[in-house]
Design a protein around this ligand. Sequence first.
Ligand code: UD1
Ligand code: UDP
Length: 366
Amino acid sequence: MVAKIMTVVGARPQFIKAAVVSHALSEYEGVKEEIVHTGQHYDANMSQTFFDELDIPEPKVNLGVSGGTHGQMTARMLEALETQMIESNPVVVLLYGDTNSTLAAALAAAKLHIPIVHVEAGARTHSATNPEEINRICTDHVATKLLCCTQENFDNLKLENLADRAEFVGDPMYDAFLRYSAVVKKPRLTGILGEGSNLELPEEFYYVTCHREENTGVDETMSGLLDALSSLDAPAVYPVHPRNRSMVKRLAAKDSLSNILFVEPVGYLESVYLVNHAKQVITDSGGLQREAFFAGVKCTTILDFKVWPETMVDGRNLLARPTRESIRTAMEQPQTIDRDYQPFGDGNAAKRIADSVVSLAKGCSR
Ligand code: UD1
Ligand code: UDP
């Protein structure tokens, strides 16, 4: 009999993590992975591009749930996922990260008594207002297996009395980075301010992304970031997340920001190219902070809290406020790189995750 594993994804970073694990799962006999896409991210360049570029199996279904408040989105996903799980009857549900899609799937599966494997378990910001923190904590507490990217994440779970369900396996983002760095693509940049496609990538540039709720709510924060970027000694390449597209366009129309290339989101292979070739990275993305670390490229993180403290050593990744002074201070601090320090595992996390999922699936009597 074939054991069915249901993977639930919905947002850009989850497609990347799922890609390497899906490929690893496809090597096993006796299990079948079924991907369910919640629809949280839906623009082609936020979703389909990743399935195409990374050769991820097409989802069995796209639930088409996106937008609204956190409560509305999570509730609509919960209802649709419960129906889907009852219909498909998987033996295990596999989840990634900390999005509303993750939380909704965790709640649906837990109430149906379906065992859950949570990848990227144990990350903690200790910020009560960070929306993803709630998703992470709730998911970890209802999951059956907690697979951690770092030892520090494992230690966080110990403090919450969850160590008996937890294991340090490494970060599938690191696996993806190692695997795909060999096949990266120089990006074709498409401007969002009416410049059209095929903008030239400058020889020297900074790579910038910004999409957190904490940074995109008010003009002041975004204006501070744009002001800092416009003062840099090389252009900033900034693929704009759809969340703050209209805000960025409005602010860019107000000020002269010729040092910033506001472009459409790029694919993963292009993003890794940008990380590997950037002078520095400036971001609030959890994934991009780690990729800058993997690439040995210095990073400045525009947040009040640490998401990946493992990267914040030896000047390699510093927190900054969204002001010219704070960002410049962080960027000017030199970094040193200890090549022996690799807290994100050995690049074989996907295989360990697949092993863990398959052993749970085969041991299930459902
Ligand atoms: C979500 C995750 C965040 C993750 C990020 C990855 C939650 C709570 N947050 O944030 O942890 O870092 O994804 O990118 O789940 N939109 C579009 N097209 C799209 C996707 C989004 O227009 O393809 C717009 C919609 O107006 C939407 C808004 O962006 O309402 C925000 O999207 P949402 O998925 O709610 O949050 P993210 O900021 O993407
Ligand atoms: N990324 C991408 N295209 C972009 C910007 C980012 O492919 O235009 C990649 C980036 O390299 C990383 C991932 O998206 O692998 C991070 O996703 P995001 O910043 O959306 O979410 P987070 O990691 O903050 O949850």
